[in-house]
Design a protein around this ligand. Structure first.
Ligand code: SF4
Length: 210
Protein backbone atom coordinates (compact mmCIF):
# COMPACT_ATOMS: atom_id res chain seq x y z
CA UNK A 1 0.00 0.00 0.00
CA UNK A 2 1.54 3.36 -0.96
CA UNK A 3 1.45 6.37 1.32
CA UNK A 4 -1.52 8.16 -0.28
CA UNK A 5 -3.56 4.97 -0.31
CA UNK A 6 -2.65 4.26 3.32
CA UNK A 7 -3.60 7.76 4.44
CA UNK A 8 -6.90 7.67 2.60
CA UNK A 9 -7.80 4.25 3.95
CA UNK A 10 -6.71 5.06 7.52
CA UNK A 11 -8.91 8.15 7.71
CA UNK A 12 -11.99 5.95 7.48
CA UNK A 13 -10.48 2.82 8.99
CA UNK A 14 -12.49 0.36 11.06
CA UNK A 15 -9.98 -2.48 11.10
CA UNK A 16 -9.89 -2.66 14.89
CA UNK A 17 -12.04 -1.77 17.87
CA UNK A 18 -10.20 1.49 18.52
CA UNK A 19 -12.33 3.06 15.79
CA UNK A 20 -15.24 3.15 18.24
CA UNK A 21 -13.66 5.55 20.74
CA UNK A 22 -11.88 7.98 18.44
CA UNK A 23 -13.00 11.46 17.51
CA UNK A 24 -10.71 11.38 14.51
CA UNK A 25 -7.86 9.33 13.12
CA UNK A 26 -4.41 10.73 13.93
CA UNK A 27 -2.43 9.49 10.96
CA UNK A 28 0.79 11.46 11.43
CA UNK A 29 2.39 14.63 10.16
CA UNK A 30 5.64 15.86 8.70
CA UNK A 31 7.51 16.04 5.42
CA UNK A 32 7.88 12.89 3.36
CA UNK A 33 11.59 13.55 2.96
CA UNK A 34 12.22 13.73 6.73
CA UNK A 35 15.46 12.18 7.95
CA UNK A 36 14.05 11.85 11.47
CA UNK A 37 10.95 9.71 12.14
CA UNK A 38 9.44 9.64 15.62
CA UNK A 39 7.02 6.90 16.71
CA UNK A 40 4.98 7.07 19.90
CA UNK A 41 2.49 4.54 21.23
CA UNK A 42 -0.94 5.98 20.50
CA UNK A 43 -2.84 9.26 20.32
CA UNK A 44 -4.14 10.58 23.64
CA UNK A 45 -7.05 12.93 24.25
CA UNK A 46 -5.19 16.04 23.03
CA UNK A 47 -4.12 14.34 19.82
CA UNK A 48 -7.59 12.90 19.31
CA UNK A 49 -9.04 16.41 19.54
CA UNK A 50 -6.44 18.07 17.33
CA UNK A 51 -6.06 15.24 14.80
CA UNK A 52 -2.29 15.66 15.09
CA UNK A 53 0.35 13.63 16.94
CA UNK A 54 2.31 14.84 19.97
CA UNK A 55 0.13 17.63 21.30
CA UNK A 56 -0.15 18.89 24.91
CA UNK A 57 2.67 18.39 27.41
CA UNK A 58 4.29 15.53 25.46
CA UNK A 59 4.30 17.59 22.29
CA UNK A 60 5.83 20.55 24.08
CA UNK A 61 8.52 18.35 25.58
CA UNK A 62 9.30 16.80 22.18
CA UNK A 63 9.54 20.24 20.58
CA UNK A 64 11.78 21.46 23.38
CA UNK A 65 14.07 18.42 23.18
CA UNK A 66 14.47 18.78 19.43
CA UNK A 67 14.96 22.55 19.41
CA UNK A 68 17.55 22.34 22.21
CA UNK A 69 19.59 20.22 19.78
CA UNK A 70 19.09 22.57 16.85
CA UNK A 71 16.54 20.21 15.27
CA UNK A 72 13.21 21.39 13.93
CA UNK A 73 10.05 19.49 14.88
CA UNK A 74 8.52 20.59 11.58
CA UNK A 75 11.24 18.73 9.69
CA UNK A 76 10.59 15.41 11.46
CA UNK A 77 7.85 12.95 10.56
CA UNK A 78 5.78 12.18 13.66
CA UNK A 79 3.36 9.32 14.15
CA UNK A 80 2.22 6.55 16.49
CA UNK A 81 1.90 2.74 16.39
CA UNK A 82 -1.88 3.00 16.29
CA UNK A 83 -3.72 5.91 14.77
CA UNK A 84 -6.80 5.98 17.03
CA UNK A 85 -7.01 6.88 20.68
CA UNK A 86 -7.37 3.87 23.02
CA UNK A 87 -10.18 4.14 25.58
CA UNK A 88 -9.97 4.87 29.32
CA UNK A 89 -8.54 7.79 31.19
CA UNK A 90 -5.60 7.88 31.01
CA UNK A 91 -5.83 5.88 27.76
CA UNK A 92 -4.71 2.26 28.06
CA UNK A 93 -1.88 0.95 25.91
CA UNK A 94 -2.85 -0.48 22.53
CA UNK A 95 -3.27 -4.27 22.44
CA UNK A 96 -1.15 -6.50 20.19
CA UNK A 97 -4.08 -7.13 17.83
CA UNK A 98 -4.70 -3.39 17.49
CA UNK A 99 -1.02 -2.74 16.78
CA UNK A 100 -1.05 -5.48 14.15
CA UNK A 101 -4.18 -4.11 12.51
CA UNK A 102 -2.58 -0.68 12.24
CA UNK A 103 0.85 -1.93 11.24
CA UNK A 104 0.37 -1.62 7.45
CA UNK A 105 -0.16 2.13 7.85
CA UNK A 106 3.04 2.52 9.86
CA UNK A 107 4.97 0.43 7.33
CA UNK A 108 3.64 2.60 4.47
CA UNK A 109 4.74 5.72 6.32
CA UNK A 110 8.19 4.28 6.99
CA UNK A 111 8.58 3.15 3.44
CA UNK A 112 7.46 6.48 1.96
CA UNK A 113 9.54 8.67 4.26
CA UNK A 114 12.54 6.31 4.34
CA UNK A 115 14.13 8.19 7.26
CA UNK A 116 17.70 7.79 8.38
CA UNK A 117 16.84 7.68 12.10
CA UNK A 118 13.70 6.21 13.67
CA UNK A 119 13.09 7.16 17.30
CA UNK A 120 10.93 4.55 19.05
CA UNK A 121 9.36 5.99 22.20
CA UNK A 122 8.59 3.43 24.90
CA UNK A 123 8.42 -0.35 25.23
CA UNK A 124 5.81 -1.07 22.58
CA UNK A 125 7.30 1.11 19.86
CA UNK A 126 10.72 -0.27 20.69
CA UNK A 127 9.50 -3.89 20.40
CA UNK A 128 7.64 -3.32 17.16
CA UNK A 129 10.38 -1.31 15.48
CA UNK A 130 13.43 -3.25 16.65
CA UNK A 131 11.97 -6.76 16.91
CA UNK A 132 13.72 -7.09 20.28
CA UNK A 133 11.82 -8.14 23.36
CA UNK A 134 13.91 -6.40 26.03
CA UNK A 135 12.27 -3.52 27.89
CA UNK A 136 13.23 -0.16 26.45
CA UNK A 137 15.03 0.68 29.69
CA UNK A 138 17.60 -2.02 28.75
CA UNK A 139 18.31 -0.90 25.18
CA UNK A 140 17.49 2.81 25.27
CA UNK A 141 19.95 5.27 23.82
CA UNK A 142 21.55 2.76 21.45
CA UNK A 143 21.19 2.89 17.70
CA UNK A 144 20.19 -0.40 16.06
CA UNK A 145 20.90 -0.66 12.33
CA UNK A 146 17.93 -2.19 10.53
CA UNK A 147 16.73 -1.92 6.96
CA UNK A 148 19.38 0.69 6.18
CA UNK A 149 18.16 2.90 9.03
CA UNK A 150 19.10 3.50 12.64
CA UNK A 151 16.31 2.56 15.03
CA UNK A 152 16.78 4.40 18.29
CA UNK A 153 14.70 3.23 21.27
CA UNK A 154 14.20 5.57 24.19
CA UNK A 155 11.79 6.30 27.02
CA UNK A 156 8.25 7.50 26.40
CA UNK A 157 7.69 11.24 26.65
CA UNK A 158 4.90 10.73 29.20
CA UNK A 159 7.33 9.13 31.67
CA UNK A 160 9.81 11.95 31.26
CA UNK A 161 7.08 14.53 31.81
CA UNK A 162 6.51 13.48 35.39
CA UNK A 163 9.85 12.01 36.49
CA UNK A 164 12.90 14.29 36.49
CA UNK A 165 15.31 11.33 36.45
CA UNK A 166 13.62 9.93 33.34
CA UNK A 167 13.65 13.35 31.74
CA UNK A 168 17.42 13.51 32.23
CA UNK A 169 17.77 10.07 30.59
CA UNK A 170 15.58 11.12 27.69
CA UNK A 171 17.60 14.30 27.22
CA UNK A 172 20.79 12.28 27.28
CA UNK A 173 19.41 9.88 24.64
CA UNK A 174 18.13 12.68 22.42
CA UNK A 175 21.52 14.39 22.58
CA UNK A 176 22.80 11.59 20.30
CA UNK A 177 20.40 12.47 17.50
CA UNK A 178 22.55 15.10 15.73
CA UNK A 179 25.44 12.63 15.60
CA UNK A 180 23.18 9.85 14.26
CA UNK A 181 21.57 12.13 11.69
CA UNK A 182 25.00 13.21 10.48
CA UNK A 183 26.24 9.61 10.19
CA UNK A 184 26.09 7.62 6.98
CA UNK A 185 23.21 5.23 6.64
CA UNK A 186 24.11 1.79 7.98
CA UNK A 187 25.02 -0.72 5.33
CA UNK A 188 23.73 -3.70 7.29
CA UNK A 189 20.43 -4.82 5.94
CA UNK A 190 19.11 -6.83 8.85
CA UNK A 191 15.41 -6.68 8.45
CA UNK A 192 12.70 -5.26 10.64
CA UNK A 193 11.53 -8.36 12.49
CA UNK A 194 8.03 -7.13 13.19
CA UNK A 195 6.16 -9.92 14.97
CA UNK A 196 2.53 -10.78 14.31
CA UNK A 197 2.02 -10.48 18.05
CA UNK A 198 4.44 -8.07 19.77
CA UNK A 199 3.80 -9.75 23.13
CA UNK A 200 4.54 -13.21 21.83
CA UNK A 201 7.79 -14.93 22.61
CA UNK A 202 10.02 -15.26 19.59
CA UNK A 203 13.56 -15.50 18.47
CA UNK A 204 15.14 -12.18 19.28
CA UNK A 205 16.78 -10.45 16.38
CA UNK A 206 20.34 -9.60 17.31
CA UNK A 207 21.36 -6.62 15.24
CA UNK A 208 24.49 -4.80 16.25
CA UNK A 209 24.25 -1.97 18.70
CA UNK A 210 26.40 1.09 18.77
S1 SF4 B 1 -6.11 2.05 15.32
FE1 SF4 B 1 -5.43 1.80 13.18
S2 SF4 B 1 -6.29 -0.18 12.55
FE2 SF4 B 1 -7.42 0.46 14.38
S3 SF4 B 1 -9.22 1.54 13.57
FE3 SF4 B 1 -7.61 3.08 13.98
S4 SF4 B 1 -6.56 3.34 12.02
FE4 SF4 B 1 -7.72 1.42 11.90
Amino acid sequence: MDFAEAQKEALGCRRCGLCHGRTQVVFGEGPLNAELFVVGEAPGPNEDRAGKPFQGGSGMLLGHLLSSLGLDREKAYLTTLVKCRPPQSPPRSPKPGEINSCRPYLMSQLSAVDPKVVVALGDLASRVLTGRKEPVSRIRGRAIPLDGRLVFPTLPLSRALYTPADRALLLSDFSRLPELLAAARPTTYGTLNVPQDPAAERETLQPGLF
